[in-house]
Design a protein around this ligand. Structure first.
Ligand code: FBP
Length: 548
């Protein structure tokens, strides 16, 4: 493998770790836990993994001896910077337990487990991937691990390789499935523990015990760098409005974090659109007003940040998607047989009157996208909906109307961008390199102490790494019941942007000024070498959330 100069220099980086994990470790158990909602249902679905205590690792006095252990690892879902360091952390952790321990990686996500497609991850391989971006060490995939048949097939290979524990590195849906798997293996006494690790650039897998999902920090820094560059270009040529859509699926965490970093002229927060019951026209009018106001001062340029999931948060469209989800869950085959040119009319006929009217009013491309295949977890694939174009066009039309009426005196020319894939495999920032290594090392600790159905948790991460708190959270604690594919299912509760939380409140207090003035910040590229205030900054979101 030919390496870049940065990769070579970066491979020598030693991730910073909590002091508690450095030597011999002791596990402290806390109080029993409850799920965040729907306690009775979750308890009955997870009799073996419900109500377990929180656990925390502390520096221990004695050096215990352990037997060697074989561990399997799966990367599940979308890539996120730092995944390789989680695997390196697991590797170093189990080697610390016993030097004869072995790590096996299942290839291309959960499908590797079911299809018995795996490779042993040796020290040589691990060293090639330390501190690098991507998931290419074993690849990732979106196969949903959910049926007994899949679990049983997986168990055959786990037994054949004498694997006693499986680590699933994934987002909320993948960790939900990890918990279902942990429960099943516990129920049949399979002798395999299952541990989860919180991954996703989207930042929506977080709660009181999981401060952030890994990859969020690096991805937001990459996007903020390029948005900053666009803002500088925009402020130099002074002739375009840039409509920039950012990945993040439903939640607006990425967009909000980027706004905090770059101070754009306008930033949509989907959760606010929903709370204010805004229609598509309300949103377009609001952006057009911001454009018109800047034009009054001769500023015919600016930036608009758009979360990729916004369309799902416009209440009328949300209702439409819910009906479409239920309808397509039962009629997907029938729908697929209809000629493409007829599909739109078919849907218009089949929906309730209210939703049918909304559907008919949507531009062709967006309407079509809402009926395309869901991902394996039943989500609309929002990254494929070109909301940035939709909004830029609609704002243009509105401004042209206002120009005719005389209420808009400026010029409007737009450019559109979508940033998502650019940030998912970047070389992890110091924060993610350190956080991920600790998550992996902690997962190894949970395995050593015999835990199953737990997620690796590393907290207090705005403090120096030596003070981070490592431990485990029972996955059932994060669950509630939600409708998926038309059925109620136990799932980890997704964390959306909290409109009363400090990050949004700060943004809210600044946005009027950012809209009018050109107050852009240019964060520049992630720095891996240099002063700590340049290289080790956590996200603004975390800093604001943790300001006491
Ligand atoms: P995860 O939730 O699996 O971490 O995926 C994150 C994400 O990047 C979303 O932001 C985006 O909507 C989606 O993946 C895109 O999926 P795909 O990689 O299948 O195109």
């Amino acid at each position: 493998m030919t390496k870049s100069a940065l990769e070579i220099a970066r491979s020598a980086y030693k991730p910073k770790m909590p002091t508690a994990l450095a030597g011999s470790v002791e596990m402290v158990e806390g109080a029993a836990t409850e799920s965040v909602a729907d306690q009775e249902e979750i308890k009955s679905l997870f009799p073996n993994t419900y109500g377990l205590p929180l656990v925390r690792f502390e520096a221990g006095a004695e050096n215990k001896t352990y037997s060697p252990i074989n561990v399997g690892v799966i990367l599940s879902g979308g890539q996120a910077p730092g995944g390789h360091n989680v695997i390196a952390g697991i590797f170093d952790g189990i080697k610390n337990i016993h030097s004869d321990s072995r790590l096996f990686g299942f290839i291309l996500g959960p499908a590797g487990l079911i299809e018995h497609n795996y490779m042993e991850l040796t020290a040589e391989i691990i060293d090639e991937y330390r501190n690098t971006g991507g998931f290419d060490i074993i690849g990732s995939g979106r196969t949903k691990l959910e049926s007994k048949e899949q679990f049983d097939k997986g168990l055959v290979i786990l037994k054949a390789l004498d694997i006693k524990a499986l680590v699933v590195i994934g987002g909320d849906d993948s960790n939900t499935n990890a918990c279902v798997l942990a429960e099943y293996y516990a129920a049949i006494d399979a002798g395999v523990q299952v541990i989860g690790c919180p991954k996703t650039i989207d930042g929506d897998l977080k709660n009181s015990m999981i401060e952030t999902s890994f990859g969020f920090d690096t991805a937001c820094k990459v996007y903020s760098e390029v948005i900053g560059n666009i803002q500088r270009d925009c402020n130099s040529a002074r002739k375009y409005w840039h409509f920039i859509k950012l990945m993040g699926r439903s939640a607006s965490h990425i967009t909000l974090e980027c706004a905090l970093q770059v101070q754009p002229n306008y930033c949509i927060v989907s959760e606010e659109v929903e709370a204010k019951n805004m229609s598509l026209d309300d949103l377009v009018t609001d952006i057009a007003k911001a454009v018109a106001k800047r034009a009054e001062q001769g500023n015919n340029f600016g930036t608009v940040l758009i979360p990729e999931g916004v369309i799902e948060f416009i209440p009328a469209i949300k209702k439409l998607i819910a009906e479409l989800n239920d309808f397509l869950a039962g009629h997907q085959e029938e729908f697929n047989l209809i000629r493409r040119s007829e599909q739109r009319n078919y849907i218009i006929k089949m929906l309730s009157r209210e939703n049918s009217e909304i559907y008919a009013s949507l531009p062709e491309g967006v309407a079509r996208q809402l009926t395309l295949d869901r991902d394996p977890h039943g989500n609309v694939q929002v990254s494929l909906i070109e909301t940035e174009k939709l909004l830029a066009e609609m704002v243009g039309v509105k401004l042209a109307e206002w120009k005719k009426e005389g209420s808009f005196i400026g010029k409007f020319a737009s450019q559109v961008h979508f940033f998502g894939y650019e940030g998912r495999c970047a070389a992890p920032s110091n924060y993610d390199a350190d956080y991920c290594f600790s998550l992996g090392y902690t997962a190894a600790g949970l395995i050593a102490f015999g835990k199953t159905g737990y997620m690796s948790s590393v907290r207090n991460t705005t403090a120096p790494a030596s003070e981070w708190i490592a431990g485990g959270v029972p996955i059932t604690m994060m669950m509630n019941m939600e409708k998926r594919h038309g059925e109620m299912k136990p799932v980890i509760q997704k964390a959306l942007v909290d409109l009363n939380g400090a990050p949004f409140k700060y943004f809210e207090s600044k946005r009027a000024a950012w809209a009018i003035h050109t107050d852009y910040v240019y964060p520049g590229p992630i720095q891996y070498f240099g002063p700590t205030e340049v290289c080790d900054q956590p996200t603004k979101t975390l800093l604001l959330e943790q300001t006491k």
